[in-house]
Design a protein around this ligand. Structure first.
Ligand SMILES: *Cc1c(COP(=O)(O)O)cnc(C)c1O
Length: 358
C-alpha cells in the first residue's frame, strides 16, 4: 500500500539515545533541555529570527488569531486544510473568503482589497503546498489598512523566498510538525514572529499566560510540546537532508514521467526555493480525477484529494461562492510523495495516470 504521505521513522536506536537523555534528566515537559535544543537547532537550520515550538500546528494559528483577530473579520483562502478556516471560527472571528489565483493556488492578492470592511482585522493566508503567497502585495495592503498578517505555513518547512526563510514574512507565521509533514515530531508545530513584543505575547499565551509560578501576563492556554516529541524532532532533523533529497528525486521522476498535455501543475512563485512538500496534479474534469483515483486505488495506491472540498462550501462555514477554488478543488489530486518510494511504484503511478487520460 502506498499512501499520499509516509511518516519518516528514524532508526529506533537513535531515538533511544535521546530517550536516555530524558530519563537521565527526569524531566518530561515544561520546556526541558531537548525542547530548547530543538528550538535552537531549528532556528539555525531555518535561519529565522526566533521560534516557539508548540504541541501542534493548529494551536499557534488560534493563539495568533486570539491576539490579532479581535473578534473581527479575517480575510482568508478557501483552498487550504480545514484548520485554517476552523481556527478563525473557533476564535470567534468571521472568515471572509477571497478566491485563489488559478496558477499559484494561493490567495489572489488582487482580490483582497475589495473584501476589506471596517470590521476587517487580519489576513490569514496559506502558503499552500509550500508555495509562497504574494507576500509583498499582501504586506502593502496590510500596511495601507492597518491589518495584521498571519501565514499558515504548515506546508512550508525549509521553503525560502527571495533568499530568506518564508517563516520570516508576515506578523506571524505558523508551521505544523505533524507526522505527515516534511519535518515532524509526531504531533507538533511552531510559531515564528519578528516583533519582540508580539513574540512575548505568543510565548506567554502558549504557557497559560504565566509570568512566574503565581502571576500572569494575561490569558493563555497550554500549547507546550513535551520532551518525548522534541526527542523525535532532534532525530528527524539529523536526517533532514536525506528527507529533502528523497523528495526531490521523486518530484523529478513525476515531472519527467507524467504526460502533462491534459493535466496541469501548480506554478511555483518566482524567487522560491521550494521544499517538494506535495505533488498536486490538476485534471481537466472531476470525472477524469475519479477515474484515475479509482484505478490507482485498485492497485493499492492512495493519492488524496488535497484540498477538497473548497472550505467556503463546508456547511458550518457557509461562505460565499468561490469559483476558482471550487473548480480547482474538484479537480486536484495529490500523488504519493515522501522521502522514499520505490521506483517500480513510481513507474506504476505514472503509467496508470498516462494510460487513463489518453
Ligand atoms: C497540517 C495542517 C495544519 C494543522 O497542523 P496540525 O499540526 O495537524 O495541527 C494547518 N494548516 C494546514 C494548511 C495544514 O496542512
Amino acid at each position: 500500500m502506498t499512501n499520499v504521505t509516509k511518516t519518516y521513522f528514524p532508526d529506533i536506536n537513535e531515538y533511544i539515545i535521546q530517550l536516555n537523555r530524558i530519563w537521565a534528566n527526569q524531566w518530561l515537559t515544561n520546556r526541558g533541555e531537548l525542547v530548547l535544543e530543538l528550538e535552537n537547532r531549528l532556528k539555525s537550520f531555518l535561519k529565522t529570527d526566533n521560534i516557539i515550538v508548540m504541541n501542534n500546528g493548529t494551536i499557534p494559528i488560534q493563539i495568533a488569531l486570539k491576539l490579532l483577530g479581535n473578534n473581527g473579520e479575517v480575510i482568508t483562502t478557501p483552498f487550504s486544510y480545514i484548520a485554517t478556516t476552523s481556527s478563525i471560527i473557533w476564535e470567534n472571528c468571521k472568515p471572509i473568503f477571497v478566491d485563489i489565483d488559478k496558477d499559484h493556488l494561493t490567495i489572489d492578492e488582487d482580490k483582497i482589497e475589495e473584501a476589506i470592511t471596517n470590521k476587517t482585522t487580519a489576513i490569514l493566508a496559506t502558503h499552500v503546498f509550500g508555495n509562497p503567497c504574494n507576500v509583498a502585495v499582501i504586506e502593502r495592503i496590510a500596511q495601507k489598512y492597518s491589518l495584521k498578517v498571519i501565514y499558515d505555513a504548515a506546508h512550508s518547512f525549509g521553503v525560502k523566498y527571495l533568499g530568506e526563510s518564508i517563516f520570516n514574512y508576515g506578523d506571524v507565521s505558523t508551521c505544523s510538525f505533524h507526522a505527515t509533514k516534511i519535518f515532524h515530531t509526531g504531533e507538533g508545530g511552531a510559531v515564528f514572529c519578528k516583533n519582540e513584543e508580539l513574540r512575548n505575547k505568543l510565548y506567554y499565551s502558549h504557557n497559560f499566560g504565566h509570568n512566574g509560578p503565581s502571576s500572569f501576563f494575561g490569558l493563555g492556554i497550554n500549547a507546550k510540546i513535551s520532551e518525548l516529541q522534541a526527542a523525535m524532532g532532534i532525530v528527524v532533523l539529523d536526517h533532514i537532508d536525506e528527507i529533502f533529497n528523497g523528495r526531490k528525486d521523486i518530484v523529478a521522476f513525476y515531472d519527467e514521467n507524467i504526460k502533462f498535455d491534459k493535466l496541469s501543475k501548480m506554478k511555483i512563485r518566482e524567487g522560491t526555493e521550494w521544499n517538494n512538500s506535495y505533488y498536486p496534479i490538476i485534471f481537466q474534469s472531476e470525472k477524469e480525477l475519479s477515474n484515475v483515483q479509482t484505478k490507482l486505488n485498485e492497485i493499492g495506491i492512495f493519492p488524496r484529494r488535497y484540498f477538497y472540498p473548497s472550505l467556503n462550501t463546508i456547511e458550518f462555514v457557509n461562505g460565499k461562492s468561490m469559483k476558482i477554488s471550487e473548480s480547482v478543488s474538484s479537480r486536484i489530486l495529490c500523488l504519493p510523495l515522501s522521502h522514499q518510494i520505490e521506483d517500480s511504484i513510481l513507474e506504476l503511478i505514472s503509467s496508470t495516470i498516462n494510460n487513463s487520460i489518453w
